[in-house]
Ligand binder design. Structure first.
Ligand code: BES
Ligand code: ZN
Ligand code: ZN
Length: 488
């Protein structure tokens, strides 16, 4: 779908040519493009202010049917994210005009303070992701673009020919994660979501195994079974493996997969319950990342452990006050059935550490509303005793614009997880610092293994569409993890 080209613009027929224009600097080297920008400035005074646009049809000197100019704003603010957003908007405009293809003029890297690879990656990513629409449940559908061409100077393009394939792998995986999140909860009961993840993963070349309820019972995944107890859809635990020959590093990824979080007996009220189909976004991100990692053929062993349950209310549901035994043998008093994510994660984390002995384990989870209160809807919280691992995650997020912020794991807050009756209780006595106590609870189950927890409750879902994402699941974490794995 993404195609890099350096063919003469005056001879290439295309439905639209989209040109990004910087307000206070020339960012193109091609004389044809420079002339088109000049013509627009002469005709209407178009300068390239942020969010500005201009479309014209009369350009006999080239063979594009329409010329679209989009403003990028000033040069000092021009970074990879500005380019991603520009490309996402460009594609969406063309979809709105019912086009089937478009050509985007990539700014000349030599004129920017960014590497050539960064420039092309950002533009291709924004375009691919902006071309995604989720219309599974709609009768009237908008066709997305079949082909997106990227026009770039021959010299600059030379070294970047292989980039398109890599980006397509990562973006395709991001779209998969978004679609799993957007799927209605009645269409992704645990057995259905597990089947979909397994099928897609096997097609991507991963090995996939599923533990069913019977096996989870035999292996004593007591905390997971307690969460699933109120649902008539049985719990599942998926293990995906990427095993390239000769790889040394051994990484484990864990993703929270609650296909619907009603809260259990501590039922969520109206206003909090409606979007809880997104509570499996950690699972979707981890599965998506594995598919991306397989596509990239990364040289490290990676295993994903994905517990999938539905947190429901019924006569068989777990009660507040119940005491359950987690996989590692520790007992947990259920203080609140709505703090279910941490229960499925502790079983998955301790099982993964015991059986895989990973060099590092990273979990992604829509774990707490408190993290959204702390960091808002666009930034994830990172919790880890290991500063180097935190730093690598924050840096990967800076590159992909999936922002991650380091959060503390204060030892003295651990007291809040003491129970009068069991080894632990799954919630603290107050709401304050709820993201921290949740992370501290997980920490009790990872021993000395290098571990990081990423709370994605805010950025996993967006009620409003953005420049390169429709409303709904954002796929947050897929690009982040792929980038992180490349630098571990
Ligand atoms: N799935 C929720 C967290 C959540 C909230 C995700 C908002 C996305 C958006 C989680 O299982 C939950 O219910 N957490 C409780 C914990 C509390 C009972 C200690 C919360 O955040 O209120
Ligand atoms: Zn909950
Ligand atoms: Zn939840």
């Amino acid at each position: 779908m993404l195609k890099l080209t350096s063919r003469d613009l005056t001879r290439t027929p295309v439905e639209a040519l989209v040109i990004p224009v910087c307000q206070d600097r020339d960012i193109h080297t091609d004389p044809v493009i420079a002339a088109l920008i000049e013509k627009a400035a002469g005709q209407s005074g178009f300068k390239g202010a942020p969010e500005s646009e201009m479309v014209y049809y009369q350009a006999p000197e080239i063979r594009a049917r329409r010329i679209v100019l989009l403003g990028l704003g000033t040069f000092d603010k021009l970074d990879a994210e500005v380019l991603r957003r520009f490309a996402g908007k460009a594609v969406k405009k063309c979809i709105g005009w019912d086009l089937s293809e478009t050509m985007i003029a990539v700014p000349a890297p030599s004129k920017l303070k960014l590497k050539a690879e960064t420039v092309l990656s950002a533009v291709q990513e924004g375009a691919y992701l902006g071309n995604h629409q989720f219309e599974r449940y709609k009768k009237s559908k908008h066709a997305c673009l079949k082909r997106i061409l990227f026009y770039m100077d021959k010299k600059a393009a030379g070294k970047l020919r292989r980039l398109s394939r890599r980006l397509e792998s990562i973006c395709r995986a991001t779209v998969l994660a978004r679609e799993w999140v957007n799927t209605a909860p009645n269409d992704k009961r645990p057995h259905q979501l597990a089947a979909s993840i397994v099928e897609t993963s096997e097609k991507a070349g991963l090995s996939a195994e599923v533990m069913n309820k019977k096996q989870l019972k035999r292996k004593k995944f007591g905390a997971t079974l307690a969460v699933a107890a109120g649902s008539d859809s049985k719990p599942q635990l998926i293990v995906l493996k990427h095993r390239p020959e000769g790889a040394k590093k051994n990484i484990a990824l864990v993703g929270k997969g609650v296909t619907f979080d009603a809260g259990g007996i501590n039922l969520k009220p109206t206003g909090s319950i409606e979007l809880m189909k997104m509570d499996m976004a950690g699972a979707a991100a981890v599965a998506g990342a594995m598919i991306g990692i397989a596509g990239l053929g990364l040289d490290l062993k990676v295993t994903a452990i994905i517990p999938i349950v539905e947190n429901m209310v019924s006569g068989s549901a777990t009660r507040p006050g119940d005491i359950v035994t987690a996989y590692n043998g520790k007992t947990v008093e259920i203080g609140n059935t709505d703090a279910e994510g941490r229960l499925i994660l502790i079983d998955a984390l301790s099982w993964a550490i015991e059986t895989l002995k990973p060099d590092a384990i990273i979990d992604l989870a829509t774990l707490t509303g408190a993290c959204v209160v702390a960091l808002g809807e666009k930034i994830a919280g990172v919790f880890s005793p290991d500063d180097k691992l935190t730093g690598a995650i924050v840096e990967a997020g800076r590159r992909t614009d999936e922002r991650c912020w380091p959060m503390p794991l204060p030892d003295d807050y651990k007291e809040q997880l003491k129970s009068d009756f069991a080894d632990f209780i799954n919630v603290g006595p107050t709401r304050y610092g709820g993201a921290l106590t949740a992370a501290l609870f997980l920490k009790e189950f990872v021993g000395n293994t290098r571990w990081a927890h990423i709370d994605i409750a805010g950025p996993a879902y967006s009620k409003k569409e953005t420049a390169y994402c429709p409303a709904g699941g954002t796929g947050f974490g897929v690009r982040l993890l792929c980038e992180l794995m490349r630098r571990l």
